[in-house]
Design a protein around this ligand. Structure first.
Ligand SMILES: Cc1cc2nc3c(=O)[nH]c(=O)nc-3n(C[C@H](O)[C@H](O)[C@H](O)COP(=O)(O)OP(=O)(O)OC[C@H]3O[C@@H](n4cnc5c(N)ncnc54)[C@H](O)[C@@H]3O)c2cc1C
Length: 876
């Protein structure tokens, strides 16, 4: 940062318990909490006063975009009583005054050295202390180094050729002159149409004689409808302040809000319009981001909201060509931070305001007089850069930080930031980050996230000191587990599809990693609380002569799988094994009736084939490939423990397999137990495969290109058929896809103990299935327990196992046993999944990549590449 000078105090060499970098919302509250703990602390800020963001960003129109009733501290009830916000979205001066008052109420300024930049922080392993230096020559030793340095505090540099040559005035929205700027009569350029640009452009237009806006990426923005603080919210706060703040802490975004379960894709046009217009009128970010429950994950739903916003832009802007240039079309709504504005789009109707689209007319250079684009030279008196920030990691990277063994933070983070909970990082003991990468931070109401982080750090220090620990540091396993979880959460949303600053895409050379945690403020808080209640899981603490290390991963389940389990637990359904078979089947059928249908295929036909005990119903799925076929055929057996399930139960999965692999899928409904016990199902399955093989041509298949597949008990039958076909000398089976298969009956492997309860398929339910299906004496027969059979000369196999499945270890054992028997086998681990989740097409988004792998491997079974299979990326 360049920034303020001032009266520089003499350099000091001192010792404190903690150094806090930054005196914005985070640093001030951290200093307050450190005092409460009785610790000595020193704060530093480059700025000449408190305020952070609200000290620096003084551009015209600068306001918060979270209602100020919510964008405020909650730790000090007296401050809450003393302060009343004048508007729904307060201005920068008002927020700055508020922070000044907060600092003064608690006498925090005396602990802060202003106009001082922390330049380096080195961990001294001998002393277990940090050595901090500043640009004023301060040298400080401290035990805890706390970066409260802000997510949006390092402006991006201008990066335009000739930027230094301009002879007129240059302003950055993030370093606005304190005395303000009068643009009256001036020709002004604004570069950038992110939040700061969108807030400032209407006000600059009021003064300037000419205003030219240079836009690279059009942004979604909705009217703020600013005015008095919303009456309903003020009333809720005054009636039950504690309840309101509690609800905010346990909400998704940090503001109490009711989440909708209305899906954009299924809602009627009337409901869509009504919900959208209500959110538009409300003028709140979380409102417009939550019109539909699925708009953040489903492109079709997102398009509905985005389309309605574009309609509004076209209505607001008189010139249709300018309106089109202002309409964002290159990213899903919400995947870049949307803006709130007051008269932004209407500003382009003014005769002296002009829009330059940098996509068609890029800037070639900045000259002494103004700006040259490919087509034109512009002359200006002033250029305003509203070009954004090096978000989330900029301020952390700006300090030369070295940890254990001289490890540099920036070197460690070259591939992208890696943290545990966004709070700490391996190799840097006692270094805490407030709203660091991997925490909800910029996706939330930040005041709530800031308070939660500061409270967590304060609690951690208190616990450490009480127990006599001197240092704390995450373990490598915990950190990598959290990094994976952060990316898993992002991967099920549309966010990673955008070139946004959330992805580091606005800074050349910055690694493309999704930086914040998108799982929600509530889920995040719960994870942090769980870490503590599990004895600081994932941390190593030292200092009592011996280390204490509770190694482990706090969240390893896929986030959407966890959500499904939570919803199912909320339904309070009785355990399946306590029901009669009839009731259990009815429950399965009822659940199947409410699911998304799965992808479209070219044709679905039902038929019957002969079976050993009578006709067997089947359903045939033909792929929508460019050619008319013939195609390879996959004979599929549904799951349900030989007792439950039918052609409908696995219908979406069959469609998905068909669409992704480009093969004809024939799903067979075999006889079920207890009506037809072992070996009826196995016999039916074998005969079905023989019949399909014999009738391949009339089914649209390529003779000889036949594979089998099945899920759960269906996986059992698929592989049993392979053993029977080998022994019978045919039919020839090209490969077997076994999804979470049952391959033995003992139920003794560790996964039964680990995952035997709580993940839908339970050990008790497996026992119930076995009791219905086979007598104990039959359960060792290879047609029931194929793991005990002869495994040589079987077709190539793909075995899918899920982490949270009681059957996991038997699937793994089967893969190993096939491999040992010389069978080519590929093991696909469905990371973070349960027995059922991979099959939940259209519900569990994180299952899609696993199904894509399954389908690709399935296609590999067949000699010629399957032509014309639908692109996997087009299937949800
Ligand atoms: C224009 C704008 C509007 C925003 N509106 C909202 C909103 O409505 N709602 C919301 O939730 N969030 C908003 N934000 C995000 C905002 O940054 C946070 O809400 C919050 O103010 C962050 O507080 P902080 O204390 O963590 O960081 P900051 O306020 O950024 O403070 C960090 C301080 O650290 C100092 N610093 C950094 N590095 C060093 C160093 N090496 N040495 C010394 N000092 C250093 C900086 O000078 C800065 O003063 C907005 C951000 C901007 C830029």
């Amino acid at each position: 940062m360049t920034r303020d000078s001032g009266n520089k105090p003499a350099a000091v060499s001192a010792q404190f318990d903690a150094v806090v970098v930054g005196a914005g919302f985070s640093g001030l509250y951290m200093l307050y909490q450190l005092r409460q703990l009785g610790l000595s602390a020193k704060g530093f800020d480059t700025a000449a006063d408190v305020g952070g963001t609200w000290y620096w960003n003084r551009y015209p129109g600068a306001r918060c975009d979270i209602p100020t009733t919510d964008y405020a501290y909650s730790f000090d009830p007296e401050l809450e009583k003393e302060w009343t916000w004048s508007e729904k979205y307060a201005t920068q001066p008002e927020i700055l005054d508020y922070l000044r008052l907060a600092a003064d109420r608690h006498g925090l300024r005396s602990d802060i050295e202003f106009s001082t930049t922390v330049t380096s922080a080195h961990w001294d392993e001998g002393e277990n202390r940090w050595r901090i230096t500043t640009d004023r020559g301060n040298e400080i030793r401290c035990q805890y180094y706390i970066m409260a340095s802000g997510c949006l505090s390092i402006p991006k540099s201008a990066e335009i050729e000739g930027a230094g040559q301009f002879a007129g005035q240059v302003y950055f929205t993030s370093q606005w002159p304190h005395e303000g700027v009068d643009f009256t009569g001036q020709r002004v350029a604004v570069i950038g149409t992110g939040s700061s640009g969108i807030q400032s452009i209407p006000l600059i237009a009021r003064q300037a004689s000419q205003l030219t806006v240079f836009q690279r990426t059009p942004n979604f923005s909705i009217p703020a409808h600013n005015g008095p603080a919303p009456a309903e919210r003020v009333m809720q706060l005054s009636e039950d302040r504690d309840g309101y703040r509690h609800a905010a802490r346990w909400s998704r975004g940090g503001i109490p809000a009711e989440l909708t379960d209305v899906l954009g894709v299924t809602a009627s046009e009337e409901v869509r319009r009504e919900r959208f217009e209500a959110a538009w009128e409300q003028g709140e970010l979380f409102g417009i981001l939550g019109v539909f429950a699925d708009q953040g994950v489903n492109p079709a739903s997102n398009d509905i909201v985005a389309g309605m916003i574009r309609e509004k832009i076209r209505l607001a802007v008189d010139d249709p060509e300018i309106a089109e240039t202002l309409c964002p079309k290159d990213h899903y709504f919400g995947t870049k931070r949307p803006c709130l504005d007051t008269g932004y789009f209407e500003t382009y109707n003014l005769p002296h305001v002009r829009l330059v689209d940098l996509r068609t007319q890029p800037i070639t250079s900045i000259t002494a007089q103004g700006i040259d684009t490919a087509d034109q030279s512009f002359e200006f008196d002033a250029i305003v850069y509203a070009t954004g920030f090096d978000a989330m990691t900029g301020a952390l990277a700006a300090v030369d930080v070295t940890g254990r063994g001289g490890l540099s933070l920036m070197e460690k983070w070259t591939p992208g930031p890696s943290t545990y909970l966004g709070l700490m990082t391996v190799g840097f003991p006692n270094l805490f980050m407030i709203t660091g990468p991997g925490s909800p931070s910029v996706l939330s109401n930040m005041t709530v996230s800031i308070e939660q982080h500061v409270d967590w750090v304060a609690g951690c220090l208190k616990d450490m000191r009480a127990a006599g620990f001197e240092t704390i540091e995450p373990t490598a396993l915990a950190e990598s587990g959290w990094d994976v979880h952060v990316q898993d959460c992002a991967a099920i949303t549309l966010h990673p599809t955008a070139s946004s600053w959330y992805m580091g895409a606005n800074v050349p050379g910055k690694p493309r990693v999704f930086l914040p945690y998108i799982g929600g403020v509530n889920a995040y808080r719960q994870a942090c609380d769980d870490v503590v209640s599990q004895g600081y899981l994932g941390f190593r603490r030292t200092g009592r002569g011996e280390d204490e290390c509770r190694d482990g991963v706090i969240r390893s389940m896929q986030p959407d799988v966890a959500m499904v389990l939570e919803i199912m637990a909320g339904l309070g359904l009785p355990p399946m094994e306590t029901l009669s078979v009839t009731d259990a089947r009815a429950l399965m059928a009822a659940a199947a009736a409410t699911r998304p249908p799965g992808p479209e295929v070219a044709e679905v036909t039902d038929g019957v084939m002969p079976g050993p005990g009578g006709d067997l119903p089947y359903r045939l799925y033909r792929p929508a490939t460019a050619d008319q076929g013939p195609h390879p055929i996959v004979v599929y057996f549904h799951g349900g423990g030989w007792v439950l399930g039918d052609l409908d139960s696995d219908d979406p999965l069959c469609r998905d397999l068909c669409a992704r692999s480009g093969a004809v899928v024939v799903s067979v409904n075999y006889r079920h137990a207890p009506e037809a016990r072992f070996p009826a199902a196995a016999q039916d399955a074998f005969m079905a495969v023989q019949w399909v093989d014999a009738n391949a041509v009339s089914l649209g298949g390529i003779p000889g290109q036949l594979a089998v597949a099945g899920w759960s008990a269906g996986g059992n039958m698929a592989t049993v058929v392979c053993q029977l076909a080998r022994d019978a000398g045919g039919p020839r089976i090209a490969g077997q896809l076994l999804i979470n298969p049952v391959v033995e009956s003992e139920m003794m492997r560790p996964s039964y103990a680990e995952n035997g309860d709580g993940y839908i398929l339970t050990t008790a339910l497996m026992r119930w299935f076995w009791e219905h299906y086979a007598d104990p004496a039959d359960r060792g027969d290879p047609r029931a327990a194929p793991l005990l059979g002869n495994l040589t000369d079987l077709p190539s196999a793909i075995i899918v196992t899920a982490d949270f499945d009681p059957l996991r270890d038997e699937g793994v054992a089967y893969a190993r046993a096939l491999d040992a028997a010389g069978v080519p086998v590929r093991h696909v681990r469905a990371r973070g999944h349960t027995h059922t989740s991979v099959t939940m097409v259209g519900i569990v988004i994180s299952g899609a990549p696993v199904r894509a792998q399954m389908a690709a491997a399935l296609a590999d079974f067949f000699p010629a590449p399957v032509t014309g299979a639908v692109s996997n990326s087009s299937i949800g």
